[in-house]
Write a protein that binds this ligand. Structure first.
Ligand code: PMP
Length: 289
């Protein structure tokens, strides 16, 4: 595998960065997870825009024009013969001192890894996911805003630890007000009476690119789609709950905190949107060659 680091494609074994990089020392940096489907990179420009917004929010100067970042993603897919896969685009603060001061890091580092995708086992898309709500709350927006896709994912990692320790693979995180924010690595939707509701970003949700695509596809299909505050009550009593994310795509949730949701299997809205999503991703995206 070839990995892109700062303008060069190097062998996997040579793909190394300094132990003084603040990405490692402090989780100081930003990233994107991107998919390639059918020889196209899905929503590449949206991912690059979000990357630059995250960087701006943490006062990180990427020092490389947006077009070059997009080109680096395509180049890395090409170098690895990727037509369907998962791309990790990372920008770290770069090499600095052992102190926190980010302004002493001269050059941000741009890394692109293009590889195969690890999905949930296929049966789970048929059967639906069991999840729990966890005690680890989503970061307060005035601590680390959840809209920033930063390399500091400890908030999500701690939530994931709780989920796994409870015997499930994913969880719902609440925000400091007790409202539903999102899953540890995905956005969440509740469906009731044909109306789709997802928490607004101010409730602690990432501006998910899959979330936005699903909202568009659902609206096109004639569903009412709303951003609104959700509580656990809304999830427990929903007809359907599903999660969305670049890696997971759309996955139905069939139990939350051991309470069964809907009919105990992914419902018709989840299934229909999944089909539409799969058809859409095959035809839309930036061609790799
Ligand atoms: N929330 C979190 C915390 C995430 O890390 C992700 C990405 N894995 C998402 C939501 C989904 O965002 P996207 O659809 O852009 O992948």
């Amino acid at each position: 595998m070839k990995v892109y680091i700062n303008g060069k494609l190097v062998d996997e074994k040579d793909a190394k960065i300094s132990v003084f990089d603040h990405g490692l020392l402090y989780g100081d940096g930003v990233f994107e997870g991107i998919r390639a489907y059918n020889g196209r990179v899905f929503k590449l420009e949206d991912h690059v825009r979000r990357l630059f917004r995250s960087a701006k929010a943490i006062a990180l100067d990427i020092q490389v024009p947006r077009e070059d970042i997009s080109a680096a993603v395509i180049e890395t897919c090409n170098a690895n013969g990727i037509r369907d896969g998962y791309i990790r685009l990372v920008v770290t603060r770069g090499v600095g001192t052992l102190g926190l001061n980010p302004y002493q890091c001269e050059h941000s580092q741009v890394i692109v890894i293009a590889s195969a995708i690890q999905l949930y086992p296929v049966e789970l898309y048929e059967e639906g996911l069991s999840i729990v709500t966890v005690g680890t709350m989503r970061n307060h927006a005035e601590a680390i805003n959840p809209r920033i896709k930063s390399l500091n994912y400890l908030n999500n990692v701690l939530a994931k630890v709780e989920a796994i320790n409870s015997g499930v693979m994913e969880c719902i995180m609440l925000n400091p007000q007790g409202f539903v924010a999102e899953a540890s690595g995905d956005n969440v939707f509740a469906v009731r009476d044909g109306v789709l509701t997802t928490p607004p970003c101010w409730c602690g949700a990432l501006e998910g690119i899959t979330r936005a695509t699903v909202m568009e596809l659902a609206a096109e299909r004639g569903f009412t789609v709303r951003e609104d505050v959700l509580t656990r009550y809304d999830l427990y009593t929903a007809d359907e709950v599903f999660l969305t994310g670049t890696a997971a795509e759309i996955i139905g949730v069939t139990t939350i905190d051991r309470r069964s949701i809907g009919e105990g299997q992914p419902g018709p809205v989840t299934r229909e949107l999944s089909e539409r999503f799969h058809a859409y991703v095959r035809e839309n995206g930036t061609p790799i060659k």
